[in-house]
Design a protein around this ligand. Structure first.
Ligand code: AMP
Ligand code: ZN
Length: 427
């Protein structure tokens, strides 16, 4: 399936699209939505082009259906419930049947295999277990390929390092911010890279830049693979990098991916950046059609040397709700990260603070410097600050204040990092 030709793949996708439209029509929500679009039966979907006739589904729609409004099967067939990890508002709820979980598990297993890992690997899963899909999602896929799974979950950093050493962990699943933080604890734990057998890390759950990936690979001497997913589309395993690490293959036999202009909803061609929209073609319990993810990325043009025919998604630039408008200029936190992570003296953590200064917005970027840099040489520190400031100004147009902080002094997150503190509404 991973190397299937377009024709065979599209034939399968059409069959699955009809199936999922049939599932969706079992819910009053989609009955009404689809009827308004002239779709009252799966037979109304004649080709994949008819996908465009289906209205988008938004996060608000899911919230309005909380908790069971989108359920398309009797609850007795539901074997698991997940919710999104959002900390504000009503969470979005996804129900899974046994069959839904089997599809998800296979996709995660496929993703792991695409990175060259397998049954000889020791897999330490540092993503939070529970309602958040990062933990259980990778867990079952890793077992499916026969990896030795260590279900650590998030947090407890020193113990994580000890376990990595004692069990000879070869593959990690972790957020990029936490991966950077863990590295800064190695010395304190008296563990060196030679004590570890680490080869790979799957990094996801939050936006991060290519330079952060490179930095992590260099610090840990490993290969880091970008892993993307969202609970509404199951969780991890929606798109994953293969051994070539050049964008994430979207498993197109199960997911229809579209990129749209976030204002007009118009389709954008491959290569153009916009909001990513997914349809899960194989979900029975909570069918979701044309779900607007709020994630911003482009579909990459061209084929991947690995031979997989599934199109690739570029690194996620950010979320439409994370976009900061600073004195009228639109900036994603990842643009700032990309600049600071290119500076060798920069350490493993940063924070972005937005405040009001009179009628204008002011931007402060707090940056940890790498250990060994604080030598008390103030002139050196000032030069570094100026350099970071100049680089930022050149990239994002806005001139920020730059603060340098000691290693380990900025807040650490075991789950998704919260990089931006927006105090502009504060009086
Ligand atoms: P959740 O549904 O709580 O698992 O959160 C899913 C969201 O996490 C996605 O919609 C993205 O915004 C973000 N996310 C997950 N993986 C990545 C990744 N590899 N790069 C950037 N953002 C990611
Ligand atoms: Zn590939």
């Amino acid at each position: 399936m991973e190397t299937a030709g377009r024709k065979a793949m599209d034939a399968l996708r059409l069959k699955n699209l009809r199936k999922v439209v049939g599932y969706a029509l079992r819910t009053p929500f989609y009955q009404a939505r689809l009827k308004a679009a002239g779709i009252t039966s799966p037979r109304d979907i004649r080709s994949l082009k008819d996908l465009a006739r289906i209205p988008f589904t938004s996060k608000e729609d899911l919230r309005e259906c909380y908790p069971n409004g989108l359920l398309a099967v009797p609850m007795s067939r539901v074997v698991r419930i997940h919710t999104s990890s959002g900390t504000t508002g009503i969470p979005t709820v996804i129900h899974h049947t046994k069959e839904d979980l089997a599809v998800w598990t296979d996709l995660v297993a496929r993703s792991i295999t695409a990175t060259g890992a397998g049954k000889h690997d020791i897999f330490q899963n540092m993503m939070t277990y529970g309602m958040f899909t990062g933990g259980l999602g990778l867990h079952y896929g890793a077992e499916r390929v026969g990896m030795t799974v260590i279900p650590m979950g998030g947090g407890n950093s020193r113990r994580q390092i000890q376990i990595m050493k004692d069990f000879g962990t070869t593959v990690l699943h972790i957020t990029p911010s936490y991966m950077l933080h863990l590295h800064s604890l190695l010395a304190e734990c008296k563990v060196t890279l030679k004590d570890l057998r680490l080869k790979k890390a799957y990094l996801g759950a939050e936006p991060y830049s290519e330079d952060t990936r490179r930095k992590i690979e260099k610090l840990w001497q490993i290969d880091a693979y970008n892993s993307y997913g969202l609970s509404e589309m199951n969780g991890p395993g929606v798109a994953f990098e293969c051994e070539h690490k050049n964008g994430m293959h979207v498993w197109e036999d199960v997911y229809c991916v579209e990129v749209i202009d976030q204002r007009t909803g118009a389709a954008l061609e491959d290569g153009r950046e916009g909001e990513v929209v997914f349809t899960n073609l194989l979900r029975e319990a909570t069918p979701l059609l044309r779900y607007r993810t709020r994630d911003v990325a482009a579909i990459l043009k061209g084929a991947c040397p690995c031979g997989r025919t599934h199109r690739r998604l570029a690194r996620i630039a950010g979320r439409t709700d994370d976009m900061m408008i600073i004195n009228g200029v639109n900036i994603y936190p990842s643009q700032i990260e990309a600049v600071i992570m290119q500076v060798p003296e920069v350490g493993n953590n940063y924070q972005i603070i937005l405040e009001k200064s009179g009628s204008l917005d002011s931007l402060t970027v707090k940056v940890e410097i790498s250990s060994g840099m604080f030598k008390g040489d103030l002139a050196q520190i000032d030069r570094l600050k100026e350099r970071i400031k100049d680089n930022l100004r050149a990239s994002i147009i806005i001139s920020p204040r730059v603060e340098l902080h000691e290693p380990g002094s900025l807040p650490v997150f075991e789950g998704k990092a919260k990089r931006v503190v927006d105090d502009r509404a504060k009086l």
